[in-house]
Design a binder for this molecule. Sequence first.
Ligand code: DAH
Length: 330
Amino acid sequence: MKAQNLEELEALRIKYLSKKGEITSLFSDFRNVPNEQKREIGQLLNELKTAAADRLQEMKEVFEAQKADAEKLDLTRTPDPIPMGTRHPLSLVREEIVDIFSHIGFTVAEGPEVEDDKHVYGMLNFAPEHPARDMQDTFFIEKEVGVQKPTDVLLRSHTSSVQTRVMTSQKPPIRVLCPGRVYRNEAISARAHCFFHQVEGLYIDKDVSFADLRQVLLYFAREMFGADTKIRLRPSYFPFTEPSAEMDISCNICGGTGCSFCKGTGWVEILGCGMVDPNVLESCGIDSKEYTGFAFGMGVERITNLKYRVKDLRLFSENDIRFLQQFESC
Ligand code: DAH
């Protein structure tokens, strides 16, 4: 038997050298040795005992040294140098947007990315034949792999679907911000991607007006892009808002004097907005005679592009460490 550690060594000591050990018991048989052999046998016995004791001691020292080394080793230590992790620019910007709106009472609501037609289009006042439902724009989920049957399960193409989820599950006053990923059937290029991120806002209460919408968006633009930022609202159309508008901010790159980024206009578009259409309120079970509200939706990639000048959308999802490392100190 070969001892592997201090415990096994002690077992060996007991087996051979303890009071009833095998070597010790040889000494009790010593009296039976004939007198003329006592001297020689006695010497051999002593040599055996000393050799065993010495070997045990030697092994004990080796094991004790090993144990001390093992205790010095800190197995919880991480290997160094520890590289500094970085935050993804889209997460940084999303959090900044959420933070800005949280100061004026908006809380975060989330909804599913795999949605149904009703929540993404139907309840948002999209006509049944609206082109957004087209296979060109929306990813529909096939119920059976490879079988393209008409289906109403799809990947949400905008975060406005979370509006319908919130309105059907909460009572006004409602003041929510809905950040999330959305999907569109687009060919991937520097300017378009099949998935991107939006932040939706929704505010419903008694007597909410377009002036409230304008003031909230002005507050946001100044917090996000600086106190000198100007905004302008241009009439637009969305099925779920009436009236609808698109909002531009004064170009934060040239300060509004005109540059290649704003194509010389001094303005850049950042979001769509409007007063929630009464049809939408009603389809979500909210009395449109009692309540009014506004909504807005913005692309996180667009805001990130303006803040950090990221021109190629593909950089956001390629996980290229050289791109991501630039956000180390953020
Ligand atoms: N859902 C729109 C889109 O994806 C963005 C949008 C526009 C959201 C106007 C809104 C809004 O809430 O009021 O293009």
